[in-house]
Ligand binder design. Structure first.
Ligand code: ASP
Length: 302
């Protein structure tokens, strides 16, 4: 069995943005599944699928990322290989076109797991990962959002999340390859108008991303501060490990923990080690796409 699930955020996606979200996850899933079908690894598939969504300005990742209160883009990303527990992540990085590729290089070519800011950029230059100016990442849509936010200086993200008013367009993917290996990855521009230096759940192993071949893989999206409090991704893996590897129950139970303990909002995608999927969210919508080698057509839902 090969299997892949991707997400492109969980929030009250307005009607006029549904088509672009659906299109983005569809293309990401197609590319990821092609990698798996060609004999690529789960890590290859996760990276390839996330690159598609980072390059698609619909999403809050790579180009199109939200702008922080100082007017900069600072991106977070992580990837984990469930075969050997190796992981790579970047946080608060401004000048890289594809954060997931840099996270993968750190996983594979360094002895570290997380690099932040200028150190991460230095590593990118040394390892041939494409860097760029912020002008390549900032879109008109996000510049407009940022300008509006500057006119409302005291608006709290926390309250905005409670009112389900925050766009949550982080992207993620989980794959199972033909060799039985699971990988997960997540990439994000964080939350709109965040404080400079703020790091969300997406680059934190165990919060935004986790993979363990013996259980499954997870990627999350939502209010990062709440996700971090309940160590969301690893919590779902632990639930699945104890519930007979039922991915849907683990995702739903994980989300209940997020709600109960942290009053959090967001969504979770997971695969178990047999490639079965689990998806849960407590936002009005979540954009997600799933396919495995037993299916004729992917399932794409918003
Ligand atoms: N989880 C991300 C963060 O808090 C936001 C998102 O999922 O869109 O940084």
């Amino acid at each position: 069995m090969i299997s892949m699930v991707v997400h492109g955020g969980a929030w009250d996606i307005p009607e006029d943005l549904i088509a672009s979200h659906r299109d983005g996850v569809t293309r990401a899933l197609r590319v990821g599944c092609a990698v798996l079908n060609d004999g690529g690894t789960a890590v290859d598939a996760v990276e390839a699928a996330i690159i598609i969504m980072e390059d698609d300005e619909t999403f809050d990742a790579g180009r199109g990322s939200f702008i922080n209160s100082a007017g900069d883009i600072e991106m977070d990303a992580s990837i984990m290989n469930g075969e050997n527990f190796r992981a790579g992540a970047i946080a608060a990085v401004s000048n890289v076109r594809n954060p997931i590729t840099l996270a993968r290089r750190i996983m594979e070519d360094s002895e570290h797991i997380v690099l932040v800011g200028m150190g991460a950029i230095r590593f990118a230059r040394e390892h041939g990962v494409k860097t760029c100016g912020q002008d390549e990442l900032i879109t008109t849509r996000e510049l407009d959002r940022w300008r509006k936010a500057q006119r409302r200086p005291n608006s709290s993200t926390r309250n905005a999340f409670r009112r389900k008013k925050v766009p949550v367009d982080t992207v993620g993917a989980v794959a199972l390859d033909q060799y039985g290996n699971i990988a997960s990855g997540t990439s994000s521009g964080g939350t709109p108008n965040k404080y400079p230096g703020r790091v969300g759940d997406s680059p934190l192993i165990g919060c935004g991303t986790y993979a363990d071949n013996s259980v499954g893989g997870v990627s999350t999206t939502g209010w990062g501060e709440a996700m971090i409090k309940v160590v969301m991704a690893k919590t779902v893996i632990d639930l699945m490990d104890r519930n007979g590897n039922d991915p849907q129950k683990a995702a739903s139970d994980g989300l209940k923990i997020l709600e109960r303990k942290a009053e959090g909002y967001g969504g979770i995608i997971t695969l178990n080690n047999a490639g079965r999927v689990g998806i849960a969210y407590n936002t009005p919508r979540m954009v997600r796409a799933y396919m495995n080698s037993e299916m004729h057509q992917p399932i794409i839902l918003v």
